[in-house]
Design a protein around this ligand. Sequence first.
Ligand code: HEC
Length: 149
Amino acid sequence: MTLPGRTLILAICLLVSAGTATAQSVVETRQQGMQLLQNSVNRLLVLESADPAAYRPREVAEQFYIMTEVLKSVSRLFPNSRASHGGRASPVIWQLRRNFDRLFIEAQRQSDKGFVAARRMGGARPAVKAALSEVVQTCTTCHTQFLRN
Ligand code: HEC
């Protein structure tokens, strides 16, 4: 594991605060968590397109690490309670719970693959790229099924 960077510490503090959250902030906190995921994806897309000489595998690994941790935390912010319904979360989440949870696990698995690949330095770029594209596909699949317009 890389040493957690400042972004990660902030991400974890943000999500830990969900433990004491009121009804409204459960929704807000998970939305902020989703924004953190978006930040990591955006950053990874930039890092991925760097010239070979400018490629920064350590930062790539860190972003995947953040994403895996945030996915773990965010996945716990859809409890089976009335307070948790709301935002853009489709009510279908609580009817097709297994499918929903499975997509979170899948996203974590792909993100972890990206982390491991980035740690292998040099030749791992195709593997990193593949993992990133799989993660993004999982985000999209879940949003297609479980995001309310
Ligand atoms: C298992 C399902 C699932 C996965 C996987 C998932 N999301 Fe989401 N996402 C949601 C749901 C549900 C919401 C709506 C949350 C709400 O409004 O309460 C959401 C909302 C969002 C939002 C809008 C947040 C806001 O401010 O309203 C963004 C951005 C986002 N997701 C990005 C991502 C990215 C990037 C990934 C992949 C790395 C991802 N999501 C993975 C289910 C998922």
